[in-house]
Design a protein around this ligand. Structure first.
Ligand SMILES: C[S@@+](CC[C@H](N)C(=O)[O-])C[C@H]1O[C@@H](n2cnc3c(N)ncnc32)[C@H](O)[C@@H]1O
Length: 252
């Protein structure tokens, strides 16, 4: 089984706090919205249900399968608001331009090199209307990455219950880091339980790029954007006080 089917089991605050923020922005901007790396539609779907005309692009067909299964259960009106695209956010060319483009939930950190990051930002720039807005989120390292980051013990990220009644847990192991490439290597272990007995276990490994504030600001501004607002959380917490980097940008 691939872990796309377990993605929506995540019940951490970070998994819901951003939805009203993006909905509010999309509503105020009006027009067409594009979510890059939309995954299972965690944000795409609630926006479409609120009347936002939204395109969701992702390169994982298994994530998009989960999204499409959820979309098929929506009202016809909401379904018409969602347009899915199987594609790579570093290399896409659509016939539409958008009033609002966003890359939520740290997906930009999947791009492992400056080259890929710049290609993605260049695609965003080309697809954004002149008066449009672009929002990007990456997590903020609590301090300079070093040995302290490694933790080979299993850390429980979340525990929740699936529709069928099975309990699911996800644990992470912070395996390694690379200061030169600015990469973090993490293993995930998903465990499924029925009536308190373990029935299945899945393993997944990810590599995520990490950014300090000035690195990401430089990438954004060198790609033809002005950073208009910066937040540290979705309620408007100042960037120096929050856990995240959220940059609200426009074309320079
Ligand atoms: C953490 S999930 C975020 C999904 C969704 N936006 C959300 O907020 O729940 C990261 C997603 O990024 C997608 N992704 C990673 N690199 C990508 C790329 N180069 N092009 C398109 N999608 C990509 C993955 O397939 C995955 O669905």
């Amino acid at each position: 089984m691939n872990t796309a089917k377990l993605y929506d089991a995540d019940n951490r605050v970070v998994f819901s706090a951003d939805i009203p923020f993006y909905l509010d922005r999309a509503r105020k901007l009006g027009g067409k919205t594009l979510e890059l790396a939309c995954g299972t539609g965690r944000i795409t779907i609630p926006l479409a249900e609120e009347g936002i005309n939204i395109w969701g692009l992702d390169y994982s067909s298994s994530m998009l399968e989960v999204l499409k299964a959820k979309v098929s259960k929506l009202s016809e009106k909401s379904q018409q608001n969602i347009h899915t695209i199987l594609g790579d956010m570093t290399d896409f060319s659509l016939s539409e331009k958008f009033k609002f483009i966003f890359i939520p939930f740290r997906s930009f950190q999947s791009l492992e090199t400056d080259e890929q990051a710049l290609q993605c930002l260049s695609c965003v720039h080309r697809h954004l209307e002149d008066e449009g807005q672009f929002i990007i989120n990456v997590f903020k390292p609590i301090k300079e990455i070093g040995e302290w980051w490694i933790n080979l013990n299993e850390n429980l990220d979340f525990e929740s219950t699936l529709e069928g009644g099975e309990k699911v847990t996800r644990h992470s192991i912070r395996k390694d880091y690379d200061i030169d490439k600015r990469l973090l290597y993490t293993d995930f272990i998903y465990r499924l339980y029925k009536n308190d007995g373990l029935i299945e276990e899945y393993h997944d490994s990810i590599r995520l790029r990490y950014f300090y504030g000035d690195d990401i600001r430089k990438l954004i501004t060198s790609s033809g954007f002005t950073i208009d607002e910066e937040y540290g959380w979705y309620d408007g917490t100042p960037v120096n006080e929050g856990k995240e980097f959220i940059f609200v940008c426009s074309k320079a």
